[in-house]
Design a protein around this ligand. Structure first.
Ligand SMILES: [Zn+2]
Length: 426
């Protein structure tokens, strides 16, 4: 997968970077050759939306298990969300605590996202100076007490600062005024959960963001879009020159509300997985370029928090899919005429630009970091939770057939995952 498309090539690597992309048979004498055969050799996936949860909630997920699951899924860089770790990454002190916790545990690149919460506007510039790649805020309660959601008033303080810093604000865009309470005593009905978080919540939140951007055009990135009806407002804002981008997630592209059994809380996430038409509309928007990127929103928790006797309102909202996202996206893309080039744009190119890494990651080209995934797009597998390297195995993907088997993953030229690629000496 070269910048010019998929073609036969050899990639020369002598350090952590790519020395050259040459003709397929141009192999230097004495080189240690890894023959990928007819597999795809693609830039490693850059997943800009991962909740690692360490320190503080390491029993939910941690750097050791998350980065190994990433490597097995062809992901070479993750951006760690500022919650659900304790402390939340809303100050430089908290960031340093997290960086120390990650030390010596990670087999893929880890970058960090700072939090925007009520009252921490003075922390934004120091966090940017300390190297965070983006900021994140919630417009609706986040699910954990230590990461408070912002109001319009907080955003009016933050936007001018964010505009000056030039980093994107990733926004969980649901308007709390549009979210309805569930039945008293909870509910095992997926339909009840679905109506509690309607598409109008996203539409209203995105309208507020566009209004704020009109005054202070800070970069805004709408995370985990679940409903296509808001794309009209996003397209219009772009036509006006506003720097707004949007992602969706593998679960909105794979599952559909009609197929979710009552009580199956492994499917719970927020915003919710919607119906088949909505899924098709998201795919159409990806294929026509209206949606920029795909990120996993890997957000695990201990199984006990998912298994709530099937009550959708009591269960934790989050789906763990870091290891499966490339295969899940490819499975949906190739039946709809999507190409490997498009998958690479959604999961490597666009996410590298979002994270400010596009000068050295997201392409297989001379001088770029040798972060590479080798995968077979024609081979399928059945998801066996026992083979997932996430800390917990609860997954709505269990038993599903996915296309795209990851053979090997390289980070900075070093092989960090291998299932069946062998090197030979030339
Ligand atoms: Zn998330």
């Amino acid at each position: 997968m070269t910048p010019a498309g998929v073609r036969p090539a050899s990639i020369h690597i002598s350090s952590s970077q790519i020395d050259a992309v040459a003709a397929w048979d141009e192999i230097p004498l004495g080189a240690n050759l890894i023959d990928a055969g007819s597999d795809v050799v693609m830039p490693g996936v850059i997943d800009t939306h991962v909740h690692v949860n360490e320190p503080g909630r390491t029993d939910w997920e941690g750097f050791f298990s998350a980065t190994r699951a990433a490597a097995a899924g062809g992901v070479t860089t993750i951006l760690d969300m500022p919650l659900n770790s304790i402390p939340a990454t809303t100050s430089v002190d908290a960031l340093q605590t997290k960086v120390s916790a990650a030390h010596d545990q990670c087999v893929v690149n880890v970058e960090y996202i700072g939090g925007v919460v009520p009252g921490n506007v003075r922390q934004l510039e120091p966090l940017a100076d300390a190297g965070v790649r983006a900021f994140k805020c919630f417009l609706t309660p986040s699910g954990v007490d230590e990461f408070e959601h912002v109001t319009e008033k907080d955003l009016r303080l933050a936007f001018p600062v964010l505009r000056r810093l030039g980093l994107p604000l990733m926004v969980h865009a649901e308007d709390p005024r549009e979210i309805r309470e569930g039945p008293s005593g909870g509910s095992r009905s997926y339909a009840d959960y679905l109506v509690s978080r309607p598409p109008s919540a996203e539409r209203s939140a995105i309208a507020l963001l566009v209004e704020l951007m009109s005054e202070h055009p800070a970069r805004v990135h709408v995370v985990h879009l679940s409903a296509a009806e808001s794309l009209g407002a996003i397209r219009e804002a772009r036509v006006r020159g506003l720097p707004i981008t949007v992602e969706t997630c593998p679960h909105y592209l794979t599952f559909a509300a009609e197929e979710i059994p009552d009580g199956a809380t492994e499917y719970k996430c927020a915003p919710p997985i919607r119906d088949v038409e909505e899924r098709d509309a998201l795919w159409a928007a990806l294929l026509d370029g209206s949606i920029d990127s795909i990120a996993s929103d890997h957000s695990p928790c201990p199984p006990s928090m998912k298994e709530t006797g099937g009550d959708f309102f009591a269960a934790w909202g989050g789906i763990a899919s870091l290891q499966l996202s490339l295969s899940a996206v490819w499975t949906g893309a190739h039946v709809r005429g999507g190409t490997i080039e498009q998958v690479a744009e959604w999961m490597c190119g666009a996410t590298a630009r979002l994270a400010g890494l596009a000068d050295r990651k997201g392409r297989i080209a001379t001088g770029y970091d040798a972060d590479i995934v080798v995968w077979d797009p024609d081979l399928s597998f059945v998801v066996d939770p026992a083979k997932l390297l996430h800390r917990h195995r609860v997954t709505p993907y269990a038993g599903r057939t996915l296309y795209g088997v990851v053979r090997s993953t390289f980070v900075g030229g070093a092989q960090v995952f291998n299932s069946g690629l062998h090197s030979v000496n030339e």
